[in-house]
Design a protein around this ligand. Structure first.
Ligand code: UDP
Length: 313
């Protein structure tokens, strides 16, 4: 099989490329390297079944015949998507159409990486796939939330009108090695701060919650969904929920840091709670995450140590 992974040089995209190669497939990664990094794929440079193409999918594109299109391209951290708001809307709208068109042209299956951000600041807890969400359409996060909601609508339209064989995953907060140290997300921020002896920046009073999924668990869920026949969105995330304060304490414990907490203003529209209901993934895919937060943080420690040292050097 030949798979195209848009956003293949991103954090999650690069793990997906690796997993597809490990299954014996040919993989083309397409990325404009706005927030992705070629270095995430450097170890695959000699792999004859792999190719990285630097291209911007907001323009129509063609990467040759493919059997499966995994559409993962988008800035994904709040800091990144707010810095590149227009590009985020463009890749979610134009980029999604172009990726869908490639799948349609070659009769390929299509897989959309969507997000728990579709639920916005959720009023239903935990979040089931049937919940329609509570999104501010004109707030600072709307460039990402609405782009992904549009991408879901476009995917379902190609499925309904053109009978495209589609899948949609809603990804909840995922972490692990290869996250960019400065992408602004909570785990890289806390790890970097803890490992460089700084205070940890807790936004608001830290009572807001997130549920963190280790990257290899996330990829396993994605692969299972890709192999399934499910066209409706499926949540893939870890239902173990933590306050941001608790997350900070876990990072301090795992890093052995004696850093303190520094409280900073809560960003506008920051969701107060987030936890996936993964009944659908359990039932349809037989999937559930295996890695708890402490284990995942320990598995990420060497990477973050090296990244902090590289930045300091
Ligand atoms: N957060 C924090 N300190 C940081 C970075 C993030 O307290 O240095 C909080 C942020 O306000 C949010 C949560 O951690 O409530 C998760 O933020 P992140 O940017 O990782 O992703 P989000 O889930 O908001 O998309």
């Amino acid at each position: 099989m030949r798979a195209l992974v848009t956003g293949g040089a991103g954090f999650l995209g690069s793990y997906l490329c690796e997993a597809m190669l490990a299954e014996g497939h040919f993989v083309v990664a397409a990325d404009n390297l706005l927030t992705g990094r070629a270095s995430n794929l450097a170890h695959l440079a000699r792999e004859p079944r792999f190719e990285l193409r630097q291209l911007d999918i907001i323009q129509p594109f063609d990467a040759g015949p493919v059997d499966f299109v995994f559409h993962f391209a988008s800035p994904a951290s709040p800091v990144d998507y707010m810095a590149h708001g227009v590009e985020t809307l463009q890749v979610g709208s134009l980029g999604t159409f172009h990726a869908l068109d490639v799948a349609r042209r070659y009769g390929a299956k299509f897989f959309l990486a969507s997000t728990s951000e579709c639920y916005g600041d959720p009023l239903e807890h935990p979040q089931k796939e049937t919940y329609w969400g509570n999104v501010n359409p004109v707030g600072p996060r709307s460039v990402y939330d609405e782009a992904k909601r549009f991408a879901e609508a476009a995917t379902m339209a190609y499925h309904r009108y053109y009978k495209l064989d589609t899948r949609i995953v809603r990804i909840f907060n995922t972490y692990g090695p290869r996250m960019q140290l400065n992408d602004g997300r909570v785990i890289p921020n806390f790890m970097k701060q803890a490992l460089s002896g700084q205070d940890l920046t807790v936004y608001g009073d830290g009572s807001q919650t997130r549920s963190f999924c280790y990257v290899t668990d996330e990829i396993e869920g994605i692969l299972r969904l890709a192999r399934s026949q499910e066209h409706q969105p499926v949540n893939i995330g870890n239902p173990n929920e933590f306050t941001v304060l608790e997350c900070a304490r876990r990072v301090l414990a795992v890093t052995g840091s004696n850093g303190k907490l520094r409280f900073e203003p809560l960003p506008q529209d920051d969701p107060k709670q987030r936890r996936p209901d993964i009944s659908r993934a359990r039932t349809l895919l037989g999937w559930e995450p295996k890695t708890d937060l402490e284990t995942g943080l320990k598995l990420s420690l060497d990477y973050f140590r090296q990244a902090v040292a590289a930045e300091a050097g």
